[in-house]
Design a protein around this ligand. Structure first.
Ligand SMILES: Nc1ncnc2c1ncn2[C@@H]1O[C@H](COP(=O)(O)OP(=O)(O)OP(=O)(O)O)[C@@H](O)[C@H]1O
Ligand SMILES: [Mg+2]
Length: 199
């Protein structure tokens, strides 16, 4: 008998299956397999040299994988799909990577532009994200004049720019003491996946 039931199949936000990354004769990690559901906060823990940062770099398309398969935000991690994966993710690395001679707002406008946001949309989201990370009063300060933790908060505002389903990666170590959506992140690498947060 035919069923009229309609099922919504939710694909994992990240799917990693037997992923291996080698540098010459050394494996950074081997046979890594995991899934991260949409909306899940996922921690990747391991000792120094275990391959956490390399995993984030591979999933961010900054490094090619050696073997295995992975899907990020519904897109297969293949060389041809690199631009599409990049449009769907944000990465907050350990070092904030801000332009120190630009203001906080100018930095965020620059990154919003990279995501293709219109100026009005960028303006709206920057206002929201600055409030979210507690920097509304520092928008016109030079990034170079901020403390380390405040620079990290500025960098944290960047992952809120993608306009599609997105993955946001971070490598929290020290510095930011008040991550608005991840106050208690203790892992060396964490991943947060969800829809556009500023709608
Ligand atoms: N570009 C590279 N070239 C060669 N080897 C590399 C490269 N990047 C990382 N590795 C090696 O891959 C392994 C995993 O490194 P990775 O930086 O991913 O570890 P990690 O888990 O992030 O460590 P930590 O906790 O110290 O940050 C290490 O042995 C490292 O030396
Ligand atoms: Mg690391």
């Amino acid at each position: 008998m035919l069923s009229t039931e309609t099922r919504t199949v939710t694909r994992p936000a990240i799917r990693v299956d037997g992923l291996t990354k080698r540098f010459a004769d050394r494996a950074a990690f081997e046979g890594l397999t995991f899934e991260v559901a949409a909306g899940e906060v996922f921690g990747l823990l391991g000792p120094n040299g275990a391959g956490k940062t390399t995993t984030v770099r591979v999933l961010s398309t900054l490094l090619p994988l050696t073997s295995g398969t992975a899907e990020v935000a519904g897109v297969a991690l293949e060389a041809a799909n690199r631009p599409e994966v990049r449009r769907r993710i944000s990465v907050m690395p350990e070092t904030p990577g801000l332009y120190v001679r630009l203001t906080v707002r100018d930095n965020l406008e620059f990154f919003a532009g990279l995501y293709g946001l219109s100026r009005p949309e960028a303006h709206r989201r920057i206002g929201q994200t600055l409030a979210l990370v507690g920097l509304a009063g520092r928008a016109d300060d030079l990034a170079g004049s901020l403390s380390k933790g405040l620079r990290q908060r500025t960098a944290l505002a960047r992952p809120y720019f993608p306009t599609r389903p997105y993955c946001s990666w971070t490598n929290p170590r020290r510095g930011s003491t008040r991550s608005p959506r991840r106050r208690s992140a203790r892992s060396s690498a964490a991943c947060e996946i969800g829809g556009p947060p500023c709608s």
